[in-house]
Each structure stands twice: as structure tokens, then as C-alpha cells.
Design a protein around this ligand. Structure first.
Ligand code: GLC
Ligand code: CA
Length: 537
């Protein structure tokens, strides 16, 4: 089955590659151990060299940093530790001058408890913003109004003395959830979007998009029969009353209407859902989120059958005109190189950059960075602090600073950084990998260059050819241009009959070898090898 051949005139967010940049850990220029906007501007050449099209930058708003910028105190100002609004304008200009787009994180679901909106809302039951957050009376025993839990552990309800009521927080108590059923809230947040869009921001990564609405009847969440001890406590209940309510899509369509007041903008939406529910967020007529996150490569096992079926399920679920996306890592999950191992991380890179759908690359994955080692006394992540010791739960391990070179602080800073550097930073760093023709960085550069050069890879249709015996293979086609991609997900060799690849030549392999080799009807794949074959065009 062939899916949705696309035209060449596709917008940047369909044909391009997005890079998720984490400001705290990208580059520190003022020696405080934390990354800053000046650091991003100083190191843009890395992104130009990589060949990416758009940056999605995690938050740099004014924030007490209880959740590292996802607790916003002022949506239209830049936190002093990151820089100034003028520097932000400079960054927008610098990024645009290099032919790239700049998307920023937009955090509509909650604010900091220090935000003026919340300070006013909590002050009484009858102030002008009394209904801007989710306030409820206590249960008859004086306890929380229902069984809703925070994603960071414990009850999702915090007590407010002034009002004699609880406020709801999906994340930290210091991150009260806004009441998106109140039109004034939507209006205020829409104006935040307009502020940044008018400054030249090309779009948003919308934080916690699937959390925007909660059950208007405040019903309990039901127990999760699949909960296993050792999992985060939030998994004890199915989040059906607190996330992914069907009418959330209407709120998302409202965000899209604001975006569409400006030309050529786009939004990516954060959600962790199965293919069907995820695709609902594109909107009934693709008038919702441009790219609702597809987190399946993070959530699902890395197996040929699973990924092959995933591609077909996804393509079948996409509404007309909708465009997929793929992602292996983000600041909230363990690194792909640690999850799959370094050898399969190269196979994963080939998949990400040849799949049909916008690739979203997490900072550091282009170097093959593995999880950082963060001793208990250096833990920063509030999620880990509130529920310590669970497997793969500490988000710090994915957020360690970019290693730029082999020097003491890896060229990231002149002092010990806010999180420890990766232990192998003396050898695994940008400078070393730039000099190595077989490095992970070189592989990423070559893959991105190939994708940019060939519409079949960037925007072509996809047909799954094989998803068995550890081999995942698919065809990409645009007009007369045809590529076949074959990935060996095993640590042992595999041979696969691949008639559609016959007569083709190897354009690139995960080992950056075998280039130009001609391909017959069967293909021999080395252990952990992925090949991209140019068949016609
Ligand atoms: C998203 C962010 C995460 C943050 C949370 C609350 O999941 O990716 O880092 O903690 O939202 O804003
Ligand atoms: Ca700094």
C-alpha cells in the first residue's frame, strides 16, 4: 500500500529537520555554569553544519526554575539567567539569516505559582481572576476533592489558605493548571502567542497539549489494571478525566487560528498517545496541530515488526493533508544511545532521517551521547526528587551539557556546569566527531544532506517492504525518484530478499562504508547495519 504522495511545494515544517535545543545545556557564555541565549548565538554554526531546518528551543521565560523553565512567571520576557529580550530578537535574526526557522516552547497548560495571574487568583474567591485556575472545595473529610494525581507524584491538589480551597496541578504544586474553559484564559494565552509571532518566531512546541482540559464534573480517574510496582505513581490510575479529553482538540484548533494569523508558521504539540488518539490532534480537517508528537519510538520496543506495523497504523490514521513526525529522544526521556545501545543508535539515526515524516532530533543525539551519570547530591529534576530511585525516571540524565571539545568543561563553560558532563566527554564531543569521517556526527550530517538533496526522502510516499526477522525495510518514492531503506535491528548479520531494491546502488550505510555498491535481489546486512539504496531517479 502506498501513502499520500506529497508535492515539492511543501512547507518547511514538512520537508525539514527540526532540532530540539535545550538552552540550559547548549552553551554558557558568562561563566555561571548555565547555558544562555548568547551561547546559542555563538554556537549556531554547529546547527548550520548539521544541516537542520528549524530549531525548537525549550523555555527561556522568566521562571523560578522549579521545573526548569516550564514554570513561567512572565510569558513575554526572558529570564535574566538566559539573557534579555533584545538578545532573543538577535537570536531570531541570526537564525533567520542562516536560513533556519526558530520555534519556541509555549506553556499554555499552567503557569508558575509566582505568576501575577495566580497571585491574584489565589488571593480571594471573588477577584477578577478568581476563575482563571482550577479551584475546588475540599471533600467532606476536608481532604482533596478527588483522586487526581500529579505526574510528579502525590495528589494533584494543593491547599490554599486564603480561599479555603484546593488548586489543581498536573505537575508541581508550583505549576497551577489554568482553566482553559474560561474564555479569558484562552484570550490571554492567545495574546502571548501573538506577542512572539509578531517578533518573528516561526511557531511553537506546545507543552502538555493533551492536558489542557479536565473533566468538567471532576470525576475520579479509574484504577489502572496494568500498573506495576516500581512504575511512577501516576500510572496507578488511567488519566481519562485529566488528559486527552476529546474536546481538547477544539482548544487546539483555537491555537491554530491564532497561528494562521501569521504566514508560514507551525506548531508541534506534546502528547503521549496511541496513533488513533494522537491523530485526533491534527484536527478534523487538519485545522489543528501541524505536528502532534509521535512518541512511539520512545514508548514502543525497537523491533522490526513493531515499527513496520507502527508506520502502517500511523499512515492509515492520518487525516487527509496531515503530515507525520518521528522522534527518538527529548529532554524528558533516557537517551536513545543508552536505550538501544550505541550500534543500534546509528540504525535509529538512519530510520529517523529517512522515514516519511518530520524528524525531530534531540540535542546531543547527533553525537551519540549516552545518559549522563548524576549522583544523588547533584539531582536537579523535580520529578526525580519527588519520586526518587525509579528506573529511567531522572530526567537529568538526558539533559547534561553539550560537549563541544575535549577540554576540562568540554567547551560548554569555564566552570563546573549545572549538571555533570557526560563521563566520556574527553572523546565524545563535537570537535572530535567533526574530525572523524565515521563518527555519529558525520553520519547525521550525511543523512541530513541526503534527505535535503532528494525529495523522495524528504517528502516522498512510503511503502513498507519488510518488518520481520529483525529487518525493517521500506521504500520512499517521489515522481521517478525511488529509495529503499533497510535496517538490521539485530546484532547479527541478516539476509533479506528485497526485489524493489534490485539494480540500485548503496547511497549510504550506518557504518559510512559500502558506498556505491550495487544491489541485487537479496541484500546482506551486517550486524547493526542500515543501508539507504538509491534505486531510480
Ligand atoms: C512537558 C515538558 C516537561 C515539563 C512538563 C511540565 O512534559 O516536556 O519537561 O516538566 O511538560 O511543563
Ligand atoms: Ca550562562
Amino acid at each position: 500500500m502506498q501513502f499520500h504522495p506529497a508535492s515539492l511545494a511543501e512547507p518547511w515544517w514538512k520537508r525539514g529537520v527540526v532540532y530540539n535545543l535545550y538552552p540550559c545545556s547548549y552553551m554558557d557564555t558568562n561563566g555561571d555554569g548555565w547555558g544562555d541565549i548568547a551561547g546559542i548565538r555563538a554556537r549556531l554554526d554547529h546547527l548550520v553544519g548539521l544541516g537542520i531546518d528549524a530549531i525548537w528551543m525549550s523555555p527561556v521565560y522568566v521562571s523560578p526554575m522549579k521545573d526548569f523553565g516550564y514554570d513561567v512567571v512572565d510569558h513575554t520576557a526572558v529570564g535574566a539567567q538566559f539573557g534579555t529580550l533584545a538578545e532573543m530578537d538577535g537570536l531570531i535574526a541570526d537564525v533567520h539569516a542562516r536560513g533556519m526557522k526558530l520555534m519556541i516552547d509555549f506553556v499554555p497548560n499552567h503557569t508558575s505559582d509566582q505568576h501575577p495571574w495566580f497571585l491574584e487568583s489565589r488571593s480571594s474567591r471573588d477577584n477578577p481572576r478568581a476563575d482563571w485556575y482550577l479551584w475546588r472545595d475540599p471533600a467532606s473529610d476536608g481532604g482533596p476533592p478527588n483522586n487526581w494525581r500529579s505526574l510528579f507524584g502525590g495528589s494533584a491538589w494543593a491547599w490554599c489558605e486564603e480561599r479555603g480551597q484546593y488548586w489543581y496541578h498536573a505537575f508541581l504544586a508550583e505549576q497551577p493548571d489554568l482553566n482553559w474553559r474560561n474564555p479569558a484564559v484562552a484570550h490571554a494565552q492567545h495574546d502571548v502567542m501573538r506577542f512572539w509571532l509578531a517578533r518573528g518566531i516561526d511557531g511553537f512546541r506546545v507543552d502538555a497539549m493533551w492536558h489542557l482540559l479536565k473533566d468538567p464534573h471532576w470525576r475520579d480517574n479509574p484504577p489502572n489494571p496494568d500498573f506495576r510496582p516500581g512504575e511512577p505513581a501516576i500510572r496507578q490510575f488511567l488519566q481519562i478525566r485529566t488528559a486527552d479529553l476529546p474536546e481538547t482538540v477544539e482548544v487546539v484548533c483555537g491555537l491554530r487560528r491564532v497561528l494562521d494569523e501569521f504566514p508560514d508558521r507551525a506548531m508541534i504539540g506534546e502528547l503521549y498517545l496511541d496513533y488513533d488518539r494522537m491523530c485526533a490532534y491534527y484536527g478534523p480537517t487538519s485545522d489543528g496541530c501541524n505536528l502532534p508528537f509521535n512518541q512511539h519510538l520512545i514508548m514502543d520496543p525497537w523491533r522490526a515488526e513493531v515499527v513496520a506495523r507502527g508506520i502502517e497504523t500511523y499512515e492509515a490514521a492520518l487525516p487527509a493533508g496531515a503530515w507525520p513526525n518521528w522522534i527518538f529522544g527529548n529532554p524528558d526521556n533516557p537517551r536513545v544511545a543508552s536505550r538501544l545501545g550505541p550500534a543500534q543508535a546509528r540504525v535509529a539515526a538512519v530510520f529517523l532521517l529517512t522515514a516519511r515524516g518530520t524528524p525531530i532530533l534531540w540535542q546531543g543525539d547527533e553525537l551519540g551521547l549516552e545518559n549522563g551519570v548524576v549522583p544523588p547530591e547533584r539531582v536537579r529534576d523535580p520529578q526525580e526528587k519527588r519520586e526518587p530511585g525509579l528506573v529511567d525516571h531522572n530526567r537529568d540524565i538526558a539533559r547534561t551539557p553539550m560537549p563541544w571539545d575535549g577540554s576540562r568543561f568540554a567547551g560548554f563553560s569555564t566552570v563546573e556546569p549545572w549538571l555533570p558532563l557526560t563521563e566520556d566527554h574527553a572523546t565524545v564531543n563535537v570537535a572530535a566527531e567533526e574530525a572523524d569521517p565515521r563518527s555519529m556526527l558525520t553520519l547525521h550530517r550525511r543523512l541530513i544532506a541526503l534527505r535535503r538533496a532528494h525529495p523522495a526522502l524528504a517528502i516522498g510516499a512510503v511503502t513498507v517492504l519488510c518488518g520481520a526477522n529483525d529487518v525493517l525495510a521500506f521504500e520512499r518514492r517521489h515522481g521517478t525518484e525511488v529509495f529503499v531503506v533497510a535496517l538490521n535491528l539485530a546484532h547479527a548479520p541478516r539476509t533479506v530478499a528485497l526485489p524493489p531494491a534490485a539494480g540500485g546502488r548503496i547511497a549510504l550505510t550506518s557504518g559510512l562504508d559500502r558506498g556505491g555498491e550495487s544491489v541485487g535481489e537479496t541484500l546482506c546486512l551486517g550486524p547493526d547495519e542500515a543501508v539507504v539504496i538509491a534505486v531510480a531517479g
